[in-house]
Design a protein around this ligand. Structure first.
Ligand code: ADP
Ligand code: MG
Ligand code: ZN
Length: 558
């Protein structure tokens, strides 16, 4: 039935098919793809068929696909259900931990709950109440200031809840915090990257945590998990419901901690990258050369370790008033007794010497989305607490107040760190890093921004600066000289899982703002809270519990 459309679209080169038929064709391809996925899911987990009518695919990420289904769980009452099909290669402990977060902490205080879990072989499907929700990008510039206040308040309710259970979510971002604007309903979802605090009440997170922390050191009993698909076949932990425990291996949290070492051309110096997404030195708008390494025994004697070099980092924009080019930094661990004096000859240069290459990687969990990662995550600080979620919440508030999403667009951690410096200041970042045991050197200083001025100018509300022109996507920044730092142009988030996100509408302040309500008089409290969330030092960063009591939320109650 779809064939004729496909033909005209594919073969009608000289007839140039109308936009309509092309759209229809694309729509059909998408639909048949979804149909096939639904069929595959039903084959893999046949018990779903008798209970659910699977209607649509609503989310597709690296680690799961989410479907909308309906079910008649009570007579005469049809319910909408979200079915999350986890990739079969997920580690059983990982899956069981995700489920335990939902069952133990979920179901109230804006944390998503779970209805059922299905398993057949290595396929696991989590059935949750369905919450219809908005695309953050679509509504960002039409939210009233009051809605922003409510949104943040409800996010903190959810974070307070999970933090009380000793859950560090690690992937707090808009697509994981569902928001139904009409019903004023909210739900924190996706515990696929969650970890436990040292005293977590989620039993299975203890396994997840210890695994990540032992990564790269002693290979513990679970260590097959970094291996290849199918290399591991273990029974699930005792307390995991067999109904929900699959038995294959996995990549999720583990693959993220890998560091790839690429030998140099003539076998001399190589470069050490952070992740698969890492930009190559000399590539595109910024040059990155980095190394984060673990001490070799020899290096331990010298007491020098963990370096990150960020070279010639230029945040892509035109006409940078003060460009952040050449923010050269070196991050190293400062053991209390460790002098910040380099002992090899690559320190502060744009290459990694063989001594440094020989070091093992720093052990620290690194996961989530670069633009939302806290500085202590970006610098691979091994001690990560619930404070990292508060930083991510701060980045969301920054988007809400500035009207820009994603605010930080970085494909890797070092770029993300440099972008943070341009907002919070390089000296401030260096100082904070010292507090959590890292030292950063910068070849160029960038000042901290005044958060109100920054947000107002990005929103086009700063009376002292010319209004923002609604230029073509990705090429305009405020055309003013009072804003000392150019922020990377806002772009569509690639990881957005919402459908209908491809409208092509960029978030340009003057273009999409339909609701100025409250935006002309944003109180100081908003920026004070933002400042406390984006506290570079995790030890002093505001907690969810304290945030709920912040004057920004006066007269609100949970
Ligand atoms: P992933 O680990 O792949 O990111 P998530 O749990 O974040 O999986 O789900 C992906 C997307 O699916 C979410 O961003 C959201 O759009 C949708 N989704 C997940 N759970 C629900 C739910 N209970 N109700 C409605 N939509 C959901
Ligand atoms: Mg998600
Ligand atoms: Zn070196």
């Amino acid at each position: 039935m779809e064939e004729p459309v496909a033909f005209s679209a594919l073969q009608g080169c000289d007839r140039s098919p109308s936009d309509d038929s092309l759209k229809k064709y694309e729509q059909n391809v998408k639909l048949s793809g979804i149909k096939k996925d639904i069929e595959k899911l039903c084959e893999a987990v046949p018990q779903l068929v008798s209970l659910f009518k699977i209607k649509d695919k609503i989310g597709e990420g690296t680690f799961s696909s989410v479907y909308l289904a309906t079910a008649q769980l009570q007579v005469g009452h049809e319910e909408k259900i979200a079915l999350k099909h986890l990739i079969p290669t997920s580690h059983p402990v990982r899956i069981a931990a995700e489920l335990q977060c939902l069952t133990v902490a979920g179901g109230q205080d804006n944390v998503m709950g779970v209805k059922y879990c299905f398993r057949k072989d290595d396929h696991v499907v989590i059935a949750m109440p369905y919450l219809e929700h908005e695309s953050f990008l679509d509504i960002l510039n039409s939210l009233s200031f009051e809605e922003v206040r409510e949104y943040m308040f409800n996010l903190f309710i959810a974070l307070k809840r999970i933090h009380q259970f000793g859950i560090v979510h690690r992937d707090v971002k808009p697509s994981n915090f569902l928001y139904n604007r009409r019903l004023k309903k909210y739900a924190l979802v996706d515990f696929g990257l969650a970890q436990g605090t040292h005293d977590t009440k989620i039993e299975l997170l203890k396994f997840v945590q210890s695994e990540a922390q032992q990564e790269g050191c002693s290979r513990n009993k679970y260590h097959g998990v970094t291996g290849h698909k199918g290399s591991l076949s273990r029974p699930a932990p005792k307390n995991v419901d067999q109904q929900c425990a699959p038995k294959t291996s996995v990549k999720r949290s583990y693959a993220n901690t890998q560091i790839h070492i690429k030998p140099g051309k003539d076998g001399k110096e190589g470069s050490v990258g952070l992740s698969v997404q890492r930009s190559v030195f000399g590539e595109r708008d910024f040059n990155i050369h980095s190394s984060i390494s673990h001490e070799s025994p020899a290096e331990k004697l010298i007491k020098q370790s963990k370096t990150v070099d960020v070279i010639s980092r230029k945040l892509a924009t035109k006409k940078a008033a003060v460009s952040t080019k050449a923010v050269t930094s070196v991050v190293r661990k400062t053991a209390s007794s460790c002098p910040a004096v380099p002992t090899c000859d690559c320190y502060g240069t744009d290459r990694v010497c063989s001594i440094c290459l020989a070091r093992r990687q720093q052990v620290a969990p690194r996961a989530g989305t670069p633009g939302f990662r806290a500085p202590e995550v970006l610098t691979k600080c091994p001690n990560q607490t619930t404070a990292i979620d508060m930083w991510s919440a701060g980045v969301i508030l920054l988007s809400l107040l500035s009207g820009r999403y994603p605010f930080y667009k970085a494909s890797d951690d070092l770029t993300a760190l440099a972008q943070i410096m341009t907002v919070r200041g390089s000296r401030e970042t260096v100082q904070a890093a010292k507090a959590f045991g890292k030292s950063i050197l910068c070849s160029k200083e960038v000042p901290a921004q005044d958060l109100r001025k920054l947000c107002e100018s990005l929103r086009g509300l700063d009376p002292n600066t010319p209004k923002l022109a609604a230029g073509p996507p990705g090429c305009t920044s405020p055309e003013n000289t009072s804003s000392p730092v150019q922020i990377p142009p806002p772009q569509h988030s690639k990881d957005s899982v919402y459908r209908g996100d491809s409208s092509g509408c960029e978030t340009h302040p003057m273009e999409c703002t339909t609701n100025l309500e409250g935006w002309d008089a944003v109180p100081d409290e908003a920026y004070d809270l933002l400042d406390k969330l984006l506290d570079l030092n995790p030890a002093s960063r505001i907690t969810a519990e304290a945030a709920l009591l912040h004057p920004f939320f006066k007269d609100m109650s949970s």
